[in-house]
Design a protein around this ligand. Structure first.
Ligand code: PHE
Length: 346
């Protein structure tokens, strides 16, 4: 019996030495330790061992079973280490990336609807050859106002209530700051978008937040026309909504565009019948736009006789509300995880 046990241990060690995949390992485990395995079979033979020998044989039996169990575990660890080493050797593998954080219920987290919509828009524009640029939230007066044809004395400065910082800088009130920055640093012709957070010192309600999101778009080329602008905006909206939406175009005043427009879409929350989001009008201002004012080009050192362009400032927060029929803008930054979890995929 003792020799048989020694032979089984030796056989197990021999087999394990050549095994290099988890399925084969499992097979060995079953053949030695399983219900019908070799060691279990020998255990059943214990009843034929004389009572005098039983303690010695029993101890040997346990020793061999433990040794085989340990050898299998050791092999399994080695296989796992080799698998991880092979993964790390793949040049596409980045071990510094954060792991996805599971929610408390153990399921994976959800991406915020603002993230979902921003990424969708970035994809649309990237496919059309736009640069994707990122600019600071703390800005100079020059980039937020002067460079956009809004001098200190201009009444339009009151259109947007600004959070001023003690050092004379401000929190950008719109992503149009990126127009000045891009015109100064990228040689035309170019097309670019710059998504980001913007801030306004105003009281909040269902359709106003002090912090919200916009995507600015800017295209500079030769002979850009209003027809070009309107065509582009319509193409953009049909891509974003993935269906036809009813729009209306009104003249709109912004010092940095001429002519300027307000592009409204029919409220997707109430379908146009009137609700808190559209302030009972049935329409939502979504896409102010226009042809870049020559003063803006001139300020940034771009010759308005050579170059022209269009710009738009898409209200991302409003867009998310329209797309997902969210009735109060304050849900977006409210920090309630139950809200975000509704956007969980899978
Ligand atoms: N920056 C303007 C706003 O936030 C929107 C806008 C952008 C208008 C670009 C015209 C062109 O209100």
């Amino acid at each position: 019996m003792i020799e048989e046990l020694d032979a089984v241990l030796a056989a197990a060690k021999d087999e394990l030495a050549t095994i290099d995949d988890p399925d084969a390992l499992r097979d060995v485990e079953i053949r030695f330790l399983g219900k019908k395995g070799k060691i279990t079979a020998l255990g059943k033979g214990m009843r034929n061992v004389s009572p005098a020998d039983r303690p010695t044989v029993g101890a040997k039996m346990n020793e061999v079973r433990n040794a085989v169990t340990a050898a299998i575990a050791e092999r399994r660890d080695a296989l796992e280490a080799a698998r991880i080493a092979a993964l790390c050797a793949d040049p596409g593998f980045d071990p510094t990336l954060p792991r996805p954080v599971p929610l408390s219920d153990g399921r994976p987290g959800a991406r915020h609807p603002l993230t979902l919509v921003t990424e969708h828009i970035e994809d649309i524009f990237r496919a059309m050859g736009f640069l994707l640029l990122d600019y600071p939230e703390v800005e100079t007066e020059g980039n937020n106002f002067d460079g956009l044809n809004i001098p200190a004395s201009h009444p339009a400065r009151d259109m947007q209530d600004t959070f001023w910082l003690t050092d004379g800088n401000l929190l950008r009130t719109h992503t149009s700051t990126g127009q000045v920055r891009t015109l100064k640093s990228v040689a035309p012709p170019f097309r670019a978008i710059f998504p980001g957070r913007v801030f306004r010192n105003e009281s909040t309600d269902a359709s106003h937040e002090h912090t919200f999101h916009q995507v600015e778009g800017l295209m500079i080329d030769r002979h850009v026309s209003v027809g070009n602008l309107i065509y582009s905006m319509k193409a953009l909206l049909s891509e974003i909504f993935e269906r036809d939406v009813t729009v209306r175009l009104r003249p709109g005043y912004f010092p940095f565009v001429e002519p300027g427009f307000e592009l409204d879409i029919q409220c997707q929350v109430c379908g146009g019948s009137g609700c808190s989001v559209c302030k009972k009008s049935g329409w939502v201002e979504l896409l102010p736009c226009g042809l870049v004012h020559p003063n803006v080009l001139r300020y940034a050192g771009v010759d308005p006789d050579q170059w022209s362009g269009w710009a738009f400032g898409l209200g991302l927060s409003r867009l998310v509300m329209m797309k997902y029929q969210i009735e109060d803008v304050r849900h977006l930054l409210g920090g309630d995880l139950r809200f975000v979890r509704q956007f969980r995929q899978g």
